[in-house]
Design a protein around this ligand. Structure first.
Ligand SMILES: Cc1cc2nc3c(=O)[nH]c(=O)nc-3n(C[C@H](O)[C@H](O)[C@H](O)COP(=O)(O)OP(=O)(O)OC[C@H]3O[C@@H](n4cnc5c(N)ncnc54)[C@H](O)[C@@H]3O)c2cc1C
Length: 284
């Protein structure tokens, strides 16, 4: 199908992009175009103007800070997958990036685009939620930072206000070991269910745990009760089984053409068990 008519601007600064977005209510930021352009071709979206963020060098920059790393919104999935800093500090993100689409899509699709798009089946919203990331936004009212827990509000729905752009994400170093597990029908497809587990183990005892599911609901879901259960316990097979079952219980799972809610919940339990087992056995 042909695109609906639209005009195009390619600003070179964040301030110029915000001005363009605020001058025209019908405008929309364009990042890698890997989700927005197919949606336009299918007439699911029809913005009157595309404000291409690709000319803003600052949005492509990342920096390692003393306790965190700031990753620019326009850094592509491929660049993040090749980043030694990300490999070293965020093994969860490195593992999850292998499941994002195919190389051609990863070459153009961006970290910020994936987060702003907030597809429930996408990996990066889960990653920034599990790592307690801060989402950095800039708009006509200035800059603000929002924790991931407040940013994702539903399938394709975030706290980004009209006229605002996501400039990047700040991810704190967790000092934990991480395992990521995903089930998709075919390699490169959006996930049917995903689980991320992080643990800090000292003297054979789990001192801190973070457990997060993706794609089973309309946004990333933290399993706080199971995290508390794991604290001060040894990661034995029975403890892992109990924690995985506890983590998935009580979640209102979504049903769609790919999987029923019940199927998603059983998958989520199995994926979490597998992630925790990998951490317990050091099979990372
Ligand atoms: C065949 C195929 C398979 C795919 N499989 C997967 C997969 O397995 N996992 C996965 O996670 N993704 C997958 N994707 C999506 C891909 O990861 C996209 O890159 C991503 O969803 C959107 O990133 P983008 O940079 O292309 O954003 P765009 O498509 O340009 O934009 C997406 C949306 O976000 C908005 N936006 C973009 N950047 C910003 C910003 N900085 N501030 C505010 N709003 C912004 C846009 O206005 C638009 O509404 C797939 C895509 C394709 C085509």
């Amino acid at each position: 199908m042909k695109f609906p008519p639209f005009s195009y601007a390619c600003p070179t600064s964040i301030a110029e992009a915000i001005e363009l977005l605020n001058d025209d209510e019908d405008s929309r930021p364009l990042a890698g175009g890997q989700s927005l352009l197919p949606m336009m071709a299918l007439r699911v979206a029809a913005p009157g103007m595309l404000v291409d963020l690709g000319g803003i060098d600052m949005l492509r920059q990342s920096a390692v800070l003393p306790d965190s790393m700031r990753i620019g919104a326009m850094v592509t999935h491929a660049a993040n997958a090749a980043s030694l800093d990300i490999w070293m500090h965020f093994p969860l993100m490195s593992q999850a990036l292998h499941h994002v689409a195919h190389q051609a899509v990863r070459n153009r699709g961006t970290f910020g685009g994936s987060i702003a798009h907030a597809d429930a089946g996408a990996e990066m919203p889960l990653v920034v939620s599990a790592l307690d990331g801060m989402l950095l936004l800039q708009g006509p009212g200035g800059a603000r930072a929002l924790p991931a827990a407040d940013f994702f509000q539903g399938h394709y729905t975030t706290a980004i206000e009209p006229g605002e752009i996501l400039t990047g994400v700040e991810l704190p170093f967790s000092g934990m070991d991480w395992a990521f597990e995903e089930m998709a029908r075919r390699s490169g497809d959006l996930a049917i269910a995903m689980a991320a587990a992080g643990v800090r183990v000292e003297d054979g005892i789990c001192r801190e745990a973070r457990l997060m599911f993706g794609s089973i609901s309309d946004r990333p879901i933290r399993a706080a009760e199971a995290e508390a259960y794991l604290a001060e316990r040894e990661l034995t097979p029975s403890v892992i089984r109990e924690a995985a079952a506890m983590a998935a219980s009580g979640i209102h799972a979504r049903s769609d053409t790919h999987a029923s809610a019940d199927y998603r919940l059983s998958l989520a339990t199995a994926l979490m068990r597998r992630a925790l087992t990998r951490l317990a056995t050091g099979a990372m």
